[in-house]
Design a protein around this ligand. Sequence first.
Ligand SMILES: [Fe+2]
Length: 263
Amino acid sequence: MSYIRSAAFADTGYVVLDSYDQSKDPAEWLDLEYVDWKSSGDTRFAPLASAFGELECNGFWNHTPPRTDKDGVWVQANVEKAPILKARAEVPGTNIGRCRVIELQPNDYVNAIYNLHQDDNNRLNPDGTGWIVRGFFNLSDDPDSFLILREDRFDPATEVRIPLPAGTQVIVDTQRFWHAVWQVGPSPRYCLITSWTSGPELDAYITKYHGAPQTTQPALDPQVVEDAQNEVKRRLAERAATLAAQGKRASGKAFVEEDDFDD
Ligand SMILES: [Fe+2]
């Protein structure tokens, strides 16, 4: 047995879809109720679908009974304020797990690289069923900001930088990629993030909206990249030393204790 996966992800692990005309919609995300939830950076989240429809963001595997990131329950208070966002999450017609809007405060490239993490979407996902990937719909207009993906956390040669103007639509295998967002600012970034189950419905959606890897990589000064690598290594060594002094070990997975990363 093995998981059902999208062929579109086989080589690159992500696809960029046709851009959405975000300007025609009201800014529903500004009306939502947000909760504090630590992710990669200074973040809050507005859940649209959660494990039991409550206004909270915990991974479904942390609830009783624990389950994988499927069959999310709509959070009524928020979906009433964001019917368009709910409808957009439902367009692929596949199973939805967690669905929420993230608010990310501005950061810098070093912090983004330090915050690189892999998601845990497929914890408890039964073998033979659809692999869970995540859709990212950029809501705010952040053309100078990037979704950063790396196949290898410490190898900048594997880095993909996807610009984030309003309407950008990307689907990523976030359990495969180390990822984080470099939000240039000065305003926060808002993005609808949805856990989708791979299968024929998602494949048809990707085909319909011409999902494909991006063909050009936005330039970034190699010196900026090298300096960031060195600074991140220094910070990680510092953190490991602090933890060692406390008799703890740094997690091999990521730099913070929470295991439900997002974004
Ligand atoms: Fe993530």
